[in-house]
Design a protein around this ligand. Sequence first.
Ligand code: GLN
Length: 532
Amino acid sequence: MIHLSKYIVVTGGVVSSIGKGITAASIGRILRSYGVDATAIKIDPYLNWDSGTMSPYQHGEVFVTYDGMETDLDLGHYERFLDVNLSGESNITTGKVYDSVIKRERRGDYLGSCVQIIPHITDQIKSMIRQIARDSSAQVVLVELGGTVGDIEGQPFLESLRQLRNEEGHDNVMFVHVTYVPYLRAAGEFKTKPTQHSTKELRSMGINPDMIICRSELPINEPLKRKIAHFCDVAQEAVINAPDVGSIYEVPLILNQEKVGEYILDRIKIKSKPQDLSEWEGVVDALQKNNNSVSVGIVGKYVQLEDAYISIRESLKHAAAHLGVKVNIEYIKAEESLDNDKISHLDSLLIPGGFGERGIGGKLDTVRYSIQNEVPLFGICLGMQCMVIEFARLQGMEDAHSTEFDPDTHYPVIDLMEEQKKIKNMGGTMRLGSYSCQLREGTKAQKAYRNEVVEERHRHRFELNNEYREQVKQKGLLISGASPDDFLVEIVELPEHPWFLGCQFHPEFKSRPNRAHPLFVSFLEAALKNKK
Ligand code: GLN
């Protein structure tokens, strides 16, 4: 058998939220610095088919892939760290696995056998993983298993990954276990016991980790690493420490100091080019420049959980780094109304995407404030729809609204797209993924992109109602981007305003630390000019 890809499986232990996704993505970035082509898979052991129907309050942002899959936010980290576009297949869930197996059973594919977790579910999991390896033809496939070792839901996946190692061979599959080493202030020492326990749990599933990455609040010392190596039966140089750092983009550099790449390449027998991490070092350097700063207020509904707007936050950081400044982001909860006092100190404002009526009042107040005070405003998806609604209201269409929030409005300036009207199921049925947008010459959008046609990712059901298009245009709203057939409005602007731009798509999904998104750059340039 020819081995096209090698696999690095990343599991987590002790507690969740220790940055397993960032750690795995950082390993990928290190591999790329050796000229090794890596892709990533995120396994989410929950029963949902995808993340699309999950609340951002609980689960953070829904990341949309170019091919229109609504996925876990870790895919965003992978795209940003590895600088690749992942297909939606790269997010495997229990829901997808069982769905495929049940469909096959109904077709009669299992020829009378009793369908079981082992081998049918485990075979399906392996086949999905291998399919991605084949489709991407990457040298290395990073497979991150969500949750922590010991979760019941994760067990079929661990069993599949154990089998994968057996089938692909020891040289082609390695396991990296990411754990947490707590520091007990009262005792004045770090504790390795939770790491020992979770490694034991992993072993009980037949998996011996090859590397343990210890997350910790503060750096841990060599004797402690030796202790972990000894008790967990891994090589001493394979016990890696990743203490907390100021920026997630520093993690690849930290892991690199610990010689993670060398160990992995040796362990899975990959001959590589000499390392060149200079591009990433440049990114980290630029992100740390802060001789000047600019502030952005994100007025949204899901602000309690910062993860709900993670790609927007990162896009703002990338754009700020590109301009050599630091961005200070303030999250402002959109209530039914918003006092100008809450936003008047800010250099610029951004209204992100969202669903449901709560907080719309505060967003419309933000739009009005921006128009009346000439403060730069960036509206994304629902944000753009709010811009159109409030603009229409200010122009005399008094109760203008989106039919999402007021089906009886006299001025339904935002309405359900035609093809959405017959849809009954909520999951995966929005206008999703990459579509082209034709830009109008001489507009702010076109000047920012320096392009005529761009591809951006979408996730919406509602749209600027074409029946009101002429009316809002006559009142002064500029349509600077539309679908190539000119049927769907994609970008609106106010030409006389310093920077008032709303887009129906989500530019935040395409921003990269080494390639800031042109709209975010243009927005922050305007914010800088408006610096308070
Ligand atoms: N709720 C709006 C729609 O469905 C906006 C969606 C979004 O912001 N992603 O069109």
